[in-house]
Design a binder for this molecule. Structure first.
Ligand SMILES: *Cc1c(COP(=O)(O)O)cnc(C)c1O
Length: 231
């Protein structure tokens, strides 16, 4: 078996046991293989092993890879998105995870209206308040963003997303995953669908994220190996 297949099995097994720890069904969690910087051949290997959810963080790379693979794939835009790039992905990706402003949500809404679709999105929250990250850390700002975005007609607000800090001990991020979960399940519940989505957890901390209610984990290096940005 190839390295990628083995890694996919390992990650899936870890997801399954994290679910067991807290009495969740593994079917509630979608594993997104984050394939940024990796060649199409590696994505095909993951596809052949059953993977149907891929995450990319750059519009150009995403739209280049899309036609090279089968069309039964759910593509996830997980990286920072500029309003002028929205037109390349709306109606083509299953879910845009990284919506961090009303202005961006409105641009997606306008494009979805234009092409005649409803685009599923998540709002990105900077739960740990890191300066290098996108999204706001201010609870009131985030509450208002949720209210405003839920009014838009051509985007469906499906849930929330966060990129937690890079830490040595994944337990340090548990509190942030809890916060994201609470944001939906306490006072903002009415703005989300019956089964809200929570996109949280990466290679270093996805087990903890699953224990705290993640419905989508975004795992890159634990599947495809370390990324080399210099090639
Ligand atoms: C790169 C990336 C990931 C995956 O990171 P790994 O640590 O390699 O698993 C997840 N989410 C976002 C937003 C990313 O940019």
């Amino acid at each position: 078996m190839s390295m990628i297949s083995e890694n996919l099995d390992k990650v899936q097994n870890n997801i399954n046991s994290a679910c067991m720890n807290v009495g969740r069904a593994p079917s509630e969690v979608t594993l997104i293989a984050v394939s940024k910087t990796k060649p199409v051949e590696m994505l095909k290997e993951a596809y052949d092993h059953g993977c149907r959810n891929f995450g990319e963080n750059k519009v150009q790379e995403l739209t280049a890879k899309m036609p090279a693979l089968n069309d039964d794939i759910n593509w996830h835009m997980i990286g920072h998105l500029q309003t002028n790039k929205v037109k390349y992905i709306v109606g083509k990706v299953a879910l845009i995870h990284s919506v961090d402003s009303l202005k961006l949500a409105q641009a997606i809404d306008a494009q979805a209206a234009k092409v005649g679709c409803i685009q599923d999105i998540l709002l990105e929250m900077n739960v740990a308040g890191e300066e290098s990250k996108f999204g706001s850390a201010d609870i009131d700002v985030n509450r208002q963003l949720i209210r405003d975005v839920s009014e838009l007609k051509f985007v469906r607000l499906c849930g929330l997303m966060t990129v937690a800090p890079y830490v040595d001990d994944p337990e340090d991020n548990r509190i942030y995953f809890k916060q994201l979960h609470d944001m939906i399940y306490t006072d903002m519940r009415e703005f989300f669908p019956e089964k809200p989505l929570l996109s949280m957890g990466m290679s270093g901390d996805y087990k903890v994220a699953v224990e705290e209610g993640a419905t989508h984990v975004r795992v890159g290096s634990s599947i495809f190996g370390e990324r080399n940005y210099n090639i």
